[in-house]
Design a protein. Structure first.
Length: 437
């Protein structure tokens, strides 16, 4: 079994480049299905989830070229594409559900397996189904697959989401681009990744207004065209390294993401005692120019109070890093999780490092200790795994994190980047099994 082995305590110093957002690029790749021809997506991170989406699109009949070093995906979409997304791929990556809307809209049918992905709680797909049905599709569950048909085509309508779901907003906006008439989605998600997808769709010829607001209006068109589009920077990866600096008393410059994508995060980091500087436009590793910022941590952070909320609130994906920071902070911190209940599995592993966390419903009360103690821990999802690695920076001795396949689904060159920042971390093979006698 491969694990990440880290010897602490250690702090992070230096600069790191962050490429495109996982939560955007996968949906951009799905959106390419809406247009016949070659769509090119740039600023693509070299992560496992991208490879899974490449395989999925290939099985649907597309010809996909992926250059992870250059960060470019080229997708040649034929006039006729397949309509079935198989379980073996969809179970590995929940974002696969994003092909449901494009396939239903353009091919008038889709068979998509119920998705898998991270173990972070119940994430129902009722809004996806109800929204497509409102657009005129027939949707039902059959043998573990969502089966959607719209032989007469989709038609514009008004859709009121019960919750500003990112996935449902994405699927329904993509589907509505080829529907007849006007579709209005109220209580839509406002995340930067939604803005990125809508921006690409407009470049493809879609008619969308209200981008970045809770009320999105889409006027359907007959067809879309392929484009070249640059993916927005990954604010969650950027936030990860920012918290790494604050937690480890380090000094890290993040390039490729601006603080406008992390408004609430910057506030909370400053509350912890860290210095957070907006660097504006700076040169990036690929020769382009992008936004950047710098975080300088204090010797021991102050505890903070955070409640996760949809954008522009504090991202739920950064929740483990708040708990990790509070675990070594001065004082008692509070984290209220308002989106995904099973993220508390991270806390059980963090306790193995000596963290003092008490769970009460959707609240985590964290009493800071001066230092943690290295131990063997296991990642249950992408962010929990990264959070355990960062916690190991403040632990005395060796911390080994297993389940690293989760981490590699969302972080490009994670070990290499941390080593570049000064962390004594390596990827090693650990023998499995119990030993007796």
């Amino acid at each position: 079994m491969e694990v990440f082995r880290l010897t602490g305590p250690a702090s992070l110093h230096g600069s790191v480049d962050v490429r495109g957002a996982k939560n955007s690029v996968l949906k951009l790749m799905a959106a390419s299905l809406l247009a016949v021809g070659r769509t090119t997506i740039t600023n693509v991170p070299a992560i496992l989830d991208v490879r899974i989406m490449v395989e999925l699109l290939g099985r649907l009949g597309c010809v996909v070229d992926y250059d992870p070093d250059a960060g470019i995906v080229g997708i040649d979409v034929p006039a006729e594409v397949g309509i079935q997304a198989d379980y073996e791929l969809v179970r590995a990556m929940r974002a696969s559900i994003s092909v449901l809307g494009p396939l239903t809209a353009r091919m008038k049918a889709a068979h998509v397996a119920l998705p898998g992905g991270d173990a972070i709680g119940s994430r129902g797909l009722d809004m996806h189904q109800a929204g497509l049905e409102a657009l005129g599709a027939t949707v039902h569950l059959e043998h573990g697959y969502f089966v959607a048909t719209a032989q007469a085509g989709l038609r514009g309508t008004e859709i009121a989401l019960d919750f500003p779901s990112v996935g449902a907003t994405e699927n329904l906006v993509m589907a509505a681009t080829l529907a007849r008439g006007e579709t209005v989605i109220s209580n839509a998600a406002k995340e930067p990744e939604i803005v990125d997808i809508c921006t690409m769709l407009v470049e493809m010829g879609a008619k969308i207004t209200g981008i970045g607001t809770g009320l999105i209006t889409i006027t359907g068109v007959d067809a879309l065209r392929p484009v070249t589009h640059r993916t927005v920077g990954d604010r969650i990866v950027a936030g990860t390294y920012a918290f790494g600096a604050a937690l480890s008393a380090g000094d890290v410059t993040v390039r490729g993401v601006g603080l406008e994508l992390l408004p609430n995060v910057a506030i909370k980091l400053r509350d912890s005692g860290a210095v957070v500087d907006d660097l504006g436009d700076i040169p990036l590793a690929d020769g382009t120019t992008g936004q950047g910022f710098r975080v300088i941590g204090t010797r021991r952070p102050r505890s903070i109070r955070v409640a996760t909320m949809p954008f522009p609130g504090f991202p739920t994906d950064l929740q483990p890093f708040v708990i990790g920071l509070n675990s070594v902070a001065d004082g008692v911190g509070l984290l209220s999780e308002n989106l995904f209940e099973a993220r508390w599995r991270f806390v059980q592993e963090l306790a193995r490092l000596g963290a003092k966390v008490r769970i009460d419903g959707n609240h985590a009360l964290v009493t800071g200790v001066p230092e943690l103690s290295g131990a063997e821990v296991e990642a249950s999802d992408i962010r929990a795994g990264a959070g355990l690695v960062l916690a190991g920076l403040r632990a005395t001795g060796v911390t080994e994190v297993s389940g690293i396949d989760h981490i590699e689904r969302g972080y490009e060159n994670f070990v290499a980047n941390l080593r570049k920042l000064g962390a004594p971390i390596e990827r090693v093979v650990r023998a499995e099994g119990l030993r007796f006698g």
